[in-house]
Design a protein. Structure first.
Length: 710
């Protein structure tokens, strides 16, 4: 077999090992010897599109009305008919992935007939992850600095003043970029007023002007990365005395992690990868630390997206890359006080759902005792970061309820939104603004952002909006317009999980006490007899919106066993044909507030994070069969759409109808591809791998049977 070897950084079109292991597509014609097709790359691509792409969108899908039958040359010069949407679409994708410098290639029939399950899994691991990977080196920095929301001639890079390694590194990079006409200004930043150098930003309108208007820019990430080394680390035992007295005093904690309690169990969704399987040992190096973007238009690192991407990387046997994600998250907490919505200056005062501690504990479970010893300093720093992030959220803690609400920082109108996003709100709540033109509204916003105009009603709404964005659920009728009043199920469940994770590494009496009280509060204040709901402090009652977040107490193990069983018995209205709804139909219609149209985190949509956390939560309470049935629904939907729509993998799905097509705010990232998918979408990629990890044996056979290739 002739193998096409693309140039550097391009995936091989033919992979011998994959061909041997991949089963022939069901219902395809099988011969004793697998055939190979000789293709003139550009000519065949154009021929396929001319004949089959009747919708003229650069893809071949089941909605195209072509004959679904294409004549192609065999390896011996014979003419062979290639039939079916999936096979023809796959040929288009394979040719689009070929190096641009190659004119003719040989494509094996086994690749064309590779089953969806095998193909999607292979693409995620060998194509999607590499294309979502970024690094703030010479080339990566230039890409990341470009912000599609801002048009600028000069770019700004913010680097913590304590990070002298990064400062020196980026000074050289910036000088090199300047020689090519790409202008970047480095700004040293400090979040602690006591530090001697760097610009100190407070949560004020003056800071907002710099961070959002005059000098919006990129926030630097870690200059320490992880890699796999064949050399085993020295056998250094993990010492409980490594934490400095200063840290003990500042954090009111003592190390609790030792060799006696250092065994963290692995789980089906986090199976332990031994050094022999990963090709070596986890080691640290100096240089820009890789991070992963969600997909599509994003060029920066996003907070809770990164946790789910890390899970997918672990299941792709890329443990060192998952450690890199954790290191960048740890660095954000150390440098900026929290894990940010994303590493842009205008997100500096807003966090994201706290999943860092979960990732750290899951990663530690993969380490050998020798690796734990060699990485003891990093584990100490990670524990410090877990506590620091925890206390960022603690400012929203209610000592009477023993629950926490979102209290993010920020001033003015969020700049990451599209122009006009807040026009309808201003017209509704600012006196006299009902008939303002777009120019008048923009003028008002400009004055509001500098303090020339004020509005208590608008500020209250914006604080709710910031809380919505910090929750990760922007936007949803569950939280829109009331988020800062809500003690949400999701935040308190994740904080309980954070507390329990901290206590695995440190003895912190205050956190231990709060954790016990929080668990009781979740099972009393947030429980209505059938499910977990958010508590509205202003109305002094539970919300009537039943969302997928009701499953979070199962994920965090905060739920009482009897309540978990009751919840599972009453979750039928959260289940659609394609998996778990973000909210029930009744919640999004009968109990919804306002008439602002369809929201992306509402019924009938479903998102990968809710599926993953839901599956884990259900199995935590021994509801494995239900978890597997839900994973089967989700993976069947994702797999069918991948098969029928030219390899599409998107940010979210309509789990009622099982489609990726929707008319909703922000669109659906990943749905617009040309010729071939190159990155999928971060957490959806991971949900596929997590789903397959759950669907073993007979359940995976069911998945094969349900994805019938057209």
């Amino acid at each position: 077999m002739t193998e096409v070897v693309p140039t550097k950084r391009r995936r091989r079109t033919v992979q011998s090992s994959a061909v041997k292991e991949t089963p022939i597509r069901r219902k395809s014609t099988q011969t004793k010897t697998a055939r190979e097709f000789v293709c003139d790359v550009q000519k065949t691509i154009q021929g396929l599109l001319d004949q089959e792409d009747t919708t003229k969108d650069g893809t071949i899908t089941i909605e195209d009305s072509g004959p679904k039958k294409y004549l192609i040359e065999g390896q011996y010069g014979d003419q062979i008919w290639l039939e079916g949407n999936y096979s023809i679409s796959t040929l288009l994708q394979e040719l689009a992935l070929v190096d641009i410098n190659l004119k003719t290639v040989i494509v094996p029939e086994t690749i064309i007939n590779e089953h969806t399950i095998n193909r999607l899994t292979r693409l995620i691991k060998t194509c999607f992850w590499p294309n979502l990977r970024r690094m703030l080196d010479l080339n990566g920095l230039k890409l990341a600095l470009i912000d599609t929301k801002i048009s600028r001639v000069e770019y700004f890079l913010y680097v913590p003043s304590f990070d002298t390694e990064s400062i020196n590194y980026y000074k050289e990079i910036i000088s090199t970029l300047a020689d090519s006409g790409f202008l970047v200004k480095l700004i040293k930043i400090r979040m602690n007023k006591a530090c001697e150098s760097g610009v100190y930003f407070t949560d004020s309108l003056i800071s907002r002007e710099a961070l959002c208007d005059t000098a919006p820019g990129l926030l630097a990430l870690s200059h320490t990365y992880f890699f796999i080394s064949s050399e085993a680390p020295e056998a250094i035992p993990y010492s409980v005395d490594e934490c400095t007295e200063g840290n003990k005093k500042e954090l009111h904690s003592e190390p609790a992690f030792s060799q006696k309690n250092s065994s963290f169990p692995d789980h089906w969704h986090n199976p332990k990868i031994f050094p022999s399987a990963r090709g070596g040992y986890i080691r640290q190096g100096k240089g820009p630390c890789p991070f992963y973007v969600p997909g599509g238009r994003f060029n920066e690192m996003y907070g809770w997206d990164s946790y789910f991407i890390a899970k997918g990387l672990i299941l792709s046997n890329q443990l060192s890359e998952a450690f890199c994600i954790a290191e960048n998250l740890r660095y954000q907490i150390e440098a900026y006080g929290k894990i940010l919505n994303a590493n842009r200056s205008y997100y500096l005062f807003r966090g994201n759902p706290p999943l860092f501690s979960t990732l750290v504990i899951e990663l530690i479970s993969h380490l050998t005792s020798e690796e734990k010893g060699s990485l003891q300093n990093w584990i100490d720093k990670a524990a410090d970061a877990m506590i620091k992030e925890y206390y960022y959220f603690h400012r929203g803690y209610n000592a009477e309820l023993h629950l926490t609400r979102h209290v993010p920082g920020g001033k003015g109108i969020p700049m990451e939104t599209e122009e006009g996003h807040f026009f309808s709100i201003i017209r509704r709540i600012v006196p006299g603004a009902e008939k303002w033109s777009s120019d008048e509204l923009n003028a008002y916003i400009a004055k509001y952002n500098t303090g020339e105009e004020t509005s208590e009603a608008l500020e209250e709404f914006l604080q709710h909006d910031r809380a919505v964005r910090e929750s990760g659920h922007d936007t949803s009728k569950r939280v829109d317009g009331i988020a800062s009043y809500l003690y949400t199920v999701d935040l308190n469940s994740l904080l309980y999980k954070t507390e329990q994770d901290i206590l695995k590494l440190r003895h912190v009496p205050e956190i231990e006490k709060i954790s016990k009280l929080r668990k009781q509060a979740i099972n009393t204040h947030l429980w209505n007899g059938e499910a977990y709901y958010d508590y509205n402090i202003k109305e002094n009652r539970l919300s009537k919106y039943k969302g997928a977040t009701t499953l979070y107490p199962l994920f965090s193990m905060a739920a009482d066993k009897d309540k978990a069983d009751t919840l599972v018995a009453n979750m039928g209205d959260l289940i659609g044909a394609g998996g778990i709804f973000t909210g029930t139909k009744e919640s999004c219609t009968v109990h919804a507030r306002g008439n602002d149209g369809q929201k992306q985190w509402d019924y009938p949509y479903g998102w990968a994070p809710h599926q993953i956390l839901g599956w884990i939560g259900l199995t935590n309470y021994n509801h494995d069969a239900i978890a597997k049935s839900l994973a089967l629904k989700w993976c069947t939907m994702v797999g069918k759409l991948f098969s029928n729509y030219n390899g599409v993998v998107t940010e979210k799905y309509n789990v009622q109808t099982g489609t990726h097509k929707m008319d909703v705010e922000y669109g659906n990232i990943g749905s617009e591809i040309r010729h071939v998918p190159r990155e999928g979408f971060g957490w959806t990629n991971s949900s596929w791998l997590v789903g397959l990890a759950l669907l073993k044996e007979s359940w995976q056979r069911k998945l094969y049977a349900q994805i019938v290739l057209e």
